[in-house]
Design a protein around this ligand. Structure first.
Ligand SMILES: NC(=O)c1ccc[n+]([C@@H]2O[C@H](COP(=O)([O-])OP(=O)(O)OC[C@H]3O[C@@H](n4cnc5c(N)ncnc54)[C@H](OP(=O)(O)O)[C@@H]3O)[C@@H](O)[C@H]2O)c1
Length: 317
């Protein structure tokens, strides 16, 4: 009887401690949600002088479409000269022309394909060797053509995703961060994705690559933020861009699915003010809805919503 009583007491203590930590975790999530939701309202509305703070050149990867293109335009609007890096020369020239017509800044284009790994990085390193780059926007990213099982994704596409989503962010940061450190100023913006928040079957490798981006960015911040460098983790939810061509719903702009221009305008304004952000308000609400609901609910919602709307996949079968 005595032994049984002790056993029950131990279990009660273990249960109490577990419950305490679960409540603490939930409370912490609520505090984070409140902080992320309220932070933008306390952001200073003062126009930041990004040129003065970080330097006069910005380099943006994956910048002839979607978020990258609009982000480059927003930086040019703030007076930064921009180095545009993407695969297609025609699209680069068109983007550079648009920017120069809209803003009194210089542009430089670099044709590079990040899926080529070290070859692309060496080429870019050589092209920028005489320029002081104040802001690096690691925006380039690749997703499957449509949601599918890992075994169905062509092997080359998986290598491309790893080289682009993981390799480019890592190596572009590597080639620029030490110069920024010497100058004691600079900013690196790493574009991750809301898919980093949980395992995401049918987009397994894409979502896993974004977990890398998140953790890489956080660690990099610990290493370099004392040197005067801003390291921002920008984690958008869905944006209406061609990356989402597989889904009619995601290609329809709405309150929760903004276009790239709206997103970039808000996101650029968070630079130097928020270290970790989804980029803008409506999407923050959605992100924190996801943080606060049980993980499996989110997981199944994500899978079913993607499968349900995946007309492309159905067409190809
Ligand atoms: N759209 C969303 O819903 C969403 C949500 C969360 C996170 N994100 C992230 O946001 C970033 C931008 O996405 P997005 O939707 O704006 O993409 P997007 O519209 O598909 O544009 C991709 C850009 O990258 C360039 N690019 C593609 N492959 C490249 C390569 N191998 N080497 C060099 N450049 C390449 C493309 O230009 P070229 O074809 O000329 O090379 C294009 O300018 C990505 O990191 C993505 O993961 C997007």
């Amino acid at each position: 009887m005595e032994g049984c009583h002790v056993y029950t007491s131990v279990l009660a203590v273990v249960g109490g401690i577990t419950l305490f930590f679960l409540l603490l975790d939930t409370l912490w999530n609520i505090i984070l949600a409140a902080r992320a939701l309220l932070a933008p309202f306390f952001l200073t509305h003062e126009e930041q002088n990004l040129v003065k703070r970080y330097g006069s050149w910005a380099l943006i990867t994956g910048c002839t479409d979607g978020i990258g293109k609009e982000y480059a335009k927003q930086l040019a609007k703030k007076g930064l000269n921009v180095i545009l890096v993407s695969r297609s020369q025609d699209k680069l020239l068109k983007t550079a022309n648009e920017i120069e017509q809209e803003h009194p800044v210089k542009t430089k284009i670099i044709v590079a394909d990040f899926s080529k790994g070290a070859t692309a990085i060496d080429y870019i390193r050589n092209e920028i060797k005489n320029l002081e780059i104040g802001i690096l926007v690691n925006n380039v990213g690749m997703q499957y053509t449509y949601p599918m099982f890992v075994g169905e994704v062509p092997e080359q596409q998986l290598w491309d995703i790893i080289n682009i989503n993981v390799g480019a962010v890592t190596m572009m940061s590597r080639i620029l961060v030490e110069d920024m450190k010497k100058r004691k100023r600079g900013a690196i913006v790493n574009v991750s994705s809301g898919s980093e928040l949980q395992p995401l079957p049918l987009m397994t490798v894409y979502a896993a690559s974004k977990v890398y981006v998140r953790n890489f960015t956080r660690s990099l911040r610990y290493e370099y933020s004392d040197c005067g460098i801003t390291i921002q983790h920008l984690s958008p939810m869905f944006i209406n861009t061609k990356m989402n061509d597989f889904s009619r719903r995601l290609r329809t702009t709405s309150f929760f699915i903004p276009d790239a221009q709206t997103f970039a305008k808000h996101a650029v304004n968070t630079l130097g003010k928020l270290d970790c952000t989804t980029g803008e308000y409506a999407r923050k609400i959605r992100l924190h809805n996801r943080v606060l609901v049980p993980r499996n609910t989110v997981l199944f919602y994500e899978i079913s919503s993607r499968m349900g709307e995946n007309s492309h996949r159905e067409q190809t079968q």
